[in-house]
Design a protein around this ligand. Structure first.
Ligand code: ZN
Length: 466
């Protein structure tokens, strides 16, 4: 039996050199530098070209499709196993201790943009494939290692691939965590609009909370006109004391400016956050606001506050396999001229869909004069745990990690796995390693990367020789 970890260790030096060369390429999408030839700006295409040149020198058949996606291919057969990785990275952002585009190894950890999302894991899977090829393993399938260059935004490259190349039905994406992610919930946003009307004594001049539909709002700020500012300010200070939030009330020329700070979280796990917007609305809901302003405040306070499972709408839903319907109230805005905008983002399991969700929300929104519009949606994706792709990957993970209790997982959505009928996400974040993707000081332990390469070696080997 092959010692895959020893095999991966034998690749370590070359792997790290090739990986670091790719990490030095600032492959951030830049629309301001987009051209017909480089529709995502030069960075992502540069990383793609560098990768394809490397793969060609390694002896793979390669193809560059319109500078937005490409692949390295090995093996023959009727069936194609696809491995979907990406070479684009998030913008660096602030707060780094080292240069985000000059990778360094400190205390056994590789630091730099892309170390864990997704250049590190992608190259570990590539090196696993290359090792099997170089060892002369007889492949009974074609394997295509496909690299996208726009995973962090619109999936431009990977969508192009599926337009112009035959769709592989089987595969995995090394762009998430271990063990196997065999299910992703569907996703849809409902966009609500509230009339720009107010009463006379209590006026909601503006209310702003939330930057993105897929984040729990950390901050909320409202400007109000009230007849009794001193009393409202005192009540607000008490409300802040009694709740898990911070806040401040400042007098303005004609009223108060109220700020609430809660806690941000990813929109696929909204219960992990503290929604500043619904807290602020809950405070305001005790006063006599009127018309559109009242509808906006009351809807947030009564139906969205402390409820990410739609219980207040009588709309909670759980699928025995894919889990609960979840809802994130990510954008909560109102101003006196334009009225209110609310974005409710849903992650839904199979058995329920956008039309049912729209009907459920309308039942509550209609009487309040709030209009509901459905945004674009994605269907739930699920590969049965008994499918050989799930079983083979799980076996390889369990064998290399020793974690006998590991089970495949369903998440809120968002990986390339959903592009294939029998597609899953697989690695490379280990369960005990902190997730630093998209953050400052992104890193991945080098030992994790080498172990993930061993897992990919065993998994690909078993998939192409079964
Ligand atoms: Zn990624």
């Amino acid at each position: 039996m092959t010692d895959w970890l020893a095999a991966a260790e034998s690749q370590k030096q070359n792997y790290l050199e090739d990986l670091m060369a790719l990490m030095r390429i600032k492959s951030v999408r830049d629309d301001s530098a987009a051209t017909d030839e480089y529709p995502l700006g030069p960075g992502p295409s540069q990383a793609l070209a560098a990768f394809l040149e490397m793969a060609e020198q390694d002896g793979f058949r390669t193809k560059n499709i319109d500078n937005v996606v490409g692949y390295a291919e090995w093996g023959e057969g009727d069936e194609t196993l696809a491995i979907l990785a990406h070479l684009d990275v998030m913008p660096a952002g602030k707060g780094w201790d080292t240069d985000p585009f000059e990778p360094v190894i400190k205390d056994g950890n590789l630091y730099g943009r892309g170390a864990s999302d997704d250049k590190g894991p992608g190259m570990a899977a590539y090196y696993a494939l290359k090792y099997l090829k170089d060892q002369g393993v007889a492949f009974n399938k074609r394997v295509r290692f496909i690299v996208g260059t726009d995973e962090e935004s619109d999936w431009t490259g990977m969508h192009r691939y599926f337009e112009v190349e035959p769709a592989p039905t089987l595969g995995f994406s090394p762009d998430a965590e271990f063990p196997v992610i065999n299910g992703e919930k569907g996703q849809v946003s409902l966009k609500l609009s509230v009339p720009a009307t107010n009463g006379e004594d209590y006026v909601l001049k503006s209310f702003h909370s939330g930057l993105r539909f897929n984040m729990v709002p950390r901050e909320a700020v409202a400007e109000v006109v009230v007849p009794d500012a001193g009393q409202v300010q005192a009540a607000f200070e008490q409300f802040v004391d009694e709740n898990p939030i911070q806040g401040e009330a400042e007098p303005t020329a004609d009223g108060l400016k109220l700020t609430v700070i809660g806690k941000a979280a990813h929109g696929m796990e909204p219960e992990q956050g503290i929604n500043a917007g619904t807290y602020l609305a809950t405070f305001l809901d005790q006063y006599d606001f009127a018309a559109g302003a009242k509808s906006f405040i009351h809807f947030l306070a009564k139906y969205l506050h402390l409820d990410t499972r739609m219980k207040g709408f009588d709309g909670a839903y759980t699928d025995p396999v894919m889990g609960e319907l979840t809802m994130n109230a990510g954008i909560l805005n109102f101003d006196a001229e334009n009225g209110g905008d609310i974005d409710m983002n849903f992650r839904f399991p199979k058995g329920i869909g956008p039309d049912e969700l729209e009907a459920t929300v309308k039942k509550v929104a209609d009487p309040l004069g709030i209009a509901v519009k459905q945004g674009p949606s994605q269907k739930p994706h699920y590969v049965d745990p008994s499918d050989p792709i799930v079983k083979t990957l799980m076996d390889a993970y369990i064998h290399q990690s020793g974690d006998k209790d590991a089970k495949p997982e369903v998440v809120g959505g968002g990986t390339y796995g959903r592009l294939m009928e029998r597609g899953v996400a697989f690695g490379a974040l280990m369960p005990q390693t902190p997730n630093t993707m998209h953050q400052a000081n992104e890193y991945q332990p080098v030992d994790d990367l080498i172990r993930s390469m061993a897992i990919y070696m065993e998994a690909i080997n078993n998939l192409v020789t079964d």
